[in-house]
Ligand binder design. Structure first.
Ligand SMILES: [Mg+2]
Length: 274
């Protein structure tokens, strides 16, 4: 039986007294460099955390990215994987580990309609061309239908990190495209995503939506969760989680996250022994 929830607000700096009951992480820029494999030191820290508490990874990326960036590097035992919750495409899809077949089970999917996909792709391309942001030379397709989300990546899905970082260092291009597309798709949600990307989902679908669904499926209250992300600024794709009042830990790089998680796992484990 789970223990009785503590009524005190979760304050990460005051742990272990107010330790969270679940920690959720953004992926790109938080657990790993953008679209890159999770480094060994981060994997080690995450396994230590999975030993003591449920963990969720929530990202605009799709399940394939979770497999390549996180699962292929995590090297976790089945009992650790059983405490891991995966929420690709901002929590519009939710996967849990199935110990019987050693694979990940899709628990729910909240997809766009085919009409919404067709319209969204057409509007993004026409606005990107109008603004001079449509690149003819890309690394893979610029537009991707991820089921529950359309993602525009200016330089293509497989663009190298350096090229992506150089394309729009201030986020100004992405912001202009986001605003132009949003004005033409009022019934859909349009957000700036990773370094070169703009994401389109159903209205009201963002990481805050994913966190609410996570609270539903786990039975753990949002007040007892901690979210860790690298884009908690008002223009960032992690901001909706902060805005809804979930306790957040801002990080600058995965190295920050690894240090924070290592310390957190130790403090939670110490609290468990008290
Ligand atoms: Mg991020």
């Amino acid at each position: 039986m789970p223990s009785t929830p503590d009524a005190t607000p979760v304050v990460p700096t005051d742990m272990p007294e107010n330790a969270p009951r679940l920690v959720a992480f953004d992926l790109d820029g938080t657990l790993a460099p953008s679209k890159s494999p999770m480094p060994t030191r981060m994997a080690t820290a995450l396994r230590a955390l999975l030993d003591v508490i449920p963990v969720c990874v929530i990202s605009g990326g799709q399940i394939g990215q979770f497999r390549q960036q996180v699962l292929a590097r995590l090297d976790a035992r089945p009992d650790q994987l059983a405490r891991l919750h995966l929420m690709p495409t901002c929590g519009t899809r939710y996967y849990t580990y199935n110990a019987d077949d050693g694979d990940w089970t899709l628990v729910y999917a909240n997809d766009l309609t085919p009409e919404q996909v067709a319209q969204g792709c057409a509007v993004v391309e026409s606005e990107a061309r109008r603004l001079g942001l449509w690149e003819e030379q890309t690394w893979g397709p610029a537009l991707e239908d991820r089921g529950s989300q359309i993602t525009f990546s200016a330089l293509g899905q497989e663009a190298p990190l350096e090229a992506k970082q150089a394309w729009d260092p201030t986020g100004e291009k992405k912001g202009r495209l986001r605003d132009a597309v949003a004005a033409r798709l009022p019934e859909l949600e349009v957000r700036s995503g990773g370094s070169t990307s703009v994401d389109i989902t159903r209205k009201g679908i963002d990481k805050a939506y994913g966190m609410r669904r996570l609270a539903e499926v786990t039975g753990i209250a949002l007040e007892q969760m901690l979210f860790v992300g690298d884009r908690l600024d008002p223009d960032g794709n992690d901001y909706p989680v902060k805005a809804m009042g979930v306790t957040c830990q801002a990080v600058g790089t995965w190295e920050d996250t690894a240090a924070f998680v290592t310390d957190l796992a130790v403090r939670i484990a110490a609290g468990d022994r008290n």
